[in-house]
Design a protein. Structure first.
Length: 78
């Protein structure tokens, strides 16, 4: 890293679908509800969740929610 250069935030590397799942999980929505809203199977949403936890180095939905709060991803207009 060059002095003064910022490293990209881990969430900036997520696909659009992964980002949508991240936000909905952080808002406390259930996997089945996210699946229905996105017209995907609950298994697919669970796979996205697992990938999110790996990519962001987190262990739970609570940590996903905290990550989103710390990075202001849940703020209106963000």
């Amino acid at each position: 890293l060059i002095a003064g250069e910022r490293q990209a935030e881990p969430h900036s590397e997520l696909s659009a679908q992964e980002y949508r799942v991240l936000i909905q999980l952080a808002e406390g929505r259930r996997i089945a509800d996210i699946a229905a809203a996105m017209h995907l199977s609950p298994k697919t949403i669970s796979t996205y969740r697992s990938r999110l936890l790996d990519k962001l180095a987190l262990a739970s939905n609570a940590e996903l929610a905290r990550y989103c709060q710390l990075h202001h991803l849940l703020d209106p207009g963000s």
